[in-house]
Design a protein around this ligand. Structure first.
Ligand SMILES: [Zn+2]
Ligand SMILES: [Zn+2]
Length: 300
């Protein structure tokens, strides 16, 4: 049995591979980086034709990008929580965030429906499926008790968590995410492999930090909006590579998520809001602006 964590940049969700009598991959990156994902897997010694199973922590575009490529080249099946599978298999582009955030995802179907408490068995591993909604209605975390490994998707990152999208996920999303974090905090883990960023070895501190952060979000919902704004603004810049600043501002102002987020929380002049956000990201060194063009300084 070999466990491999493949850390990606901001655009691509991370992948985890369990290599035993079955070759299993948890999450497959973003679609526009599919070739890069296949190449990375090759460098790690894995040919996509050999995969038996894809388990997706949830259906967002940055976690399912190479699903279609892998199933078209192998006999791999795809497993996902029943709520996500329902919307994916119906081709619903709203619940899966595809149209809401203007994503692209090559089509695939879910074969294996997972529910809270299910066990995935491969090699001598028994992995528990834990339903952890909040970021996504059918988000799951996978717990390998024998190795004390938790694969968390976007429920927890290093001192952070995935965005809270109340317009699509509902007003209960933030409370569900808090409950999911509280549930995962009770597990005995040596390492968390998150959906983005590096592995987390000090789980307790991270859960405590995330829970106090979420309590601040509940007290001050403006923070939910700014969290989402900064994540999606960077996400779109990474997707586009290099983009003319005014074109980008006009693009954002017409995005449904931006209009609704502003309407729901901020109620601020869109030009000021976007200009401030771009300046903020520039100040942090995450983006550069020169000759009227924006480029990202961070890895995809
Ligand atoms: Zn993600
Ligand atoms: Zn996500």
């Amino acid at each position: 049995m070999n466990i491999k964590f493949i850390q990606r940049g901001w655009l691509n969700g991370n992948s985890v591979i369990y290599d035993s009598d079955k070759l299993v991959i948890f999450d497959t990156g973003y679609c526009s980086c599919c070739k890069e994902t296949v190449e990375l897997l090759k460098q790690e010694g894995y040919d996509i034709v050999d995969f038996d199973l894809i388990v997706n922590t949830h259906c967002h575009s940055d976690h399912v990008g190479a699903n279609a490529e892998i199933i078209n080249s192998s006999d791999a099946k795809i497993a996902m929580h029943e709520y996500e599978a329902y919307y994916v298999n119906r081709g619903d582009k709203w619940a899966t965030w595809i149209d809401y955030f203007d994503y692209e995802v090559p089509e695939y179907k879910v074969d294996i429906i997972l529910k809270d408490g299910d066990q995935l068995n491969f090699g001598n591993i028994e992995m528990e499926v834990i339903h952890t909604p909040g970021h996504s209605i059918g988000g799951i975390s996978l717990y390998d008790q024998s190795n004390k490994v938790l694969i968390s998707g976007d429920v927890i990152h290093e001192n952070d968590f995935g965005i809270i999208n109340a317009r699509v996920e509902g007003s209960s999303a933030i409370f569900l995410l808090k409950e999911s974090l509280e549930r995962l905090r009770k597990l005995d883990v040596d390492v968390i492999y998150p959906g983005h960023g590096k592995p987390i070895y000090d789980a307790e501190t991270n859960f405590n930090n995330c829970l106090s952060r979420i309590n601040e979000f509940i007290k001050d919902p403006f923070k939910i909006a700014y969290h989402m704004l900064s994540r999606i603004v960077i996400f779109h810049i990474l997707r586009k590579g290099r983009i003319e600043k005014n074109e980008y501002i006009n693009y954002l102002k017409n995005c449904i998520w931006f209009i609704e987020m502003n309407d729901l929380y901020l109620k601020t002049d869109p030009d000021i809001l976007i200009e401030n956000e771009i300046e903020k990201q520039k100040g942090k060194g995450i983006i550069d602006i020169s000759d009227g063009f924006i480029t990202a300084n961070i890895e995809c």
